[in-house]
Design a protein around this ligand. Structure first.
Ligand code: NAD
Ligand code: IPM
Ligand code: MN
Length: 367
């Protein structure tokens, strides 16, 4: 059988820096576990704009549709702030998500034991935390029409539209319930049904899908503003959270700080099954291009490396390999190896991106 194919899109800022460490991890699995991928690399975001005048070339889009999985670093940066909206780096990422129809974005927030004192919250609030935010990724206010900035009389008006169809809500709800069945069988759905009609529909449809197909899963509903507060007050009350595109974006950054650093959070964006049975998929860290530290070799590569672990698990059925990689990350953190974003109460000297990669490879060798 042909090797599974991976398209790597490092992107901008720290994207290429953290992706270089992922490539070493991929090579390690090829050399040591006979897990070989056909890897190709291409441009996205500002890097693609610089080369082609567009944040995602049509050829790259076509390649992304064909491969078994895409791995993306990060896009964006101040250099591109003044570009026309239509060619901003972020549009490249949004086009990938939309055209691949990656409607279910899994954003796990797990607090590794060694980092329980590193969160801005107390140890007892976060120790042992393991939650999964399922963010709807292809609809809602990110894509709704009408949108734009236009003139009304003497002033400009900015418009975006929150729009959800029943089927869009139902399919992301199903993916949350399916995941919950493999975890603690508990889903909390978050919206603003108190002020938004799309929120009322969201709540109704999630409840209907539950009652008809997943009565065994414990389902609760919460307003998203309360959800943000509860995530900080007592995050361990949650198992799976399902929410819309914009709330999911904000709540997952919030959840990141429960784990110690945004540099720790991976994600999987999944769509419908392809002809080979694998879901359409893209894996990317939750963080962005971190312009404030780009080019300094100090970014934490763990979010991107753990995104590859999610690829092993969700695209390639390689759960044991994913466990091995996650175990290596856990061991390195337990040994006190820290990038600069993880400088917490135990002090120490930070290592750079490459040294963190070295430590993870050494842990893989040892383990
Ligand atoms: P950001 O996530 O890039 O950075 C926020 C803060 O977290 C910064 O202080 C940064 O240094 C730190 N940080 C992030 N990742 C880190 C890592 N791996 N190691 C150590 N520290 C890390 O968010 P921002 O500053 O709001 O956005 C910068 C650019 O990135 C913008 O253009 C934005 O649109 C883009 N962005 C892209 C993605 C993506 O590609 N998926 C996600 C978020 C933001
Ligand atoms: C994320 C990012 C993106 C989003 C941007 C860069 C388009 O913040 O993946 O969390 O808002 O979805
Ligand atoms: Mn975000």
């Amino acid at each position: 059988m042909a090797n599974p194919s991976l398209l790597i899109l490092p992107g901008d800022g720290i994207g290429p820096e953290v992706m270089a460490e992922v490539r070493r991890v991929i090579d390690w699995f090829g050399a040591n576990r006979g897990l070989t991928f056909d890897v190709s690399e291409d441009l996205v975001g500002g890097a693609a704009y610089d080369a082609h005048g567009t944040p995602l070339h049509d050829d790259t889009m076509a390649k992304a549709q064909e491969v078994d999985a895409v791995l993306l670093g990060a896009v964006g940066g101040p250099k591109y702030d003044d570009l026309d909206f239509s060619v901003k780096p972020e549009r490249g990422l949004l086009r990938l998500r939309k055209e691949m129809d990656l409607f279910s974005n899994l954003r796990p927030a797990q607090c590794f034991d060694a980092l329980a004192d590193f969160s801005s919250l107390k140890r007892e609030v976060v120790a042992g935390l393991d939650i999964m935010i399922v963010r709807e990724l292809t609809s809602g206010v990110y894509f709704g029409e009408p949108r734009g900035i236009h003139r009304e009389g003497n002033e400009r008006v900015g418009i975006n539209t929150q729009r959800y169809t029943e089927s869009e809500i139902a399919r992301v709800a199903r993916s949350a319930f399916d995941l919950a069945r493999k975890r603690s069988n508990k889903v909390c759905s978050m919206e603003k049904a108190n002020v938004m009609e799309s929120g009322i529909l969201w709540r109704e449809v999630v409840q209907e899908v539950h009652d008809a197909e997943y009565p065994d899963v414990a389902l609760t509903h919460m307003y998203a503003d309360n959800g943000a507060m509860q995530l900080v007050r007592a995050p361990k009350q949650f198992d799976v959270i399902v929410t819309d595109n914009l709330f999911g974006d904000v709540l997952s950054d919030c959840a990141a700080m429960l784990t110690g650093s945004l540099g720790m959070l991976p994600s999987a964006s999944l769509g419908l099954p392809m002809a080979n049975g694998r879901p359409k998929a893209m894996y990317e860290p939750v963080h962005g291009s971190a312009p404030d530290i780009a080019g300094q070799g100090k970014a934490n590569p763990i979010a991107c490396i753990l995104s590859f672990a999610m690829a092993l698990r969700y695209s390639f059925d390689e759960g044991a390999a994913a466990d091995l990689l996650e175990g290596a990350v856990e061991k390195v953190l337990a040994d006190g190896v820290r990038t600069a974003d993880l400088m917490g109460p135990d002090g120490g000297t930070p290592v750079g991106t490459t040294q963190m990669g070295d430590a993870i490879l050494a842990a893989l060798d040892a383990g």
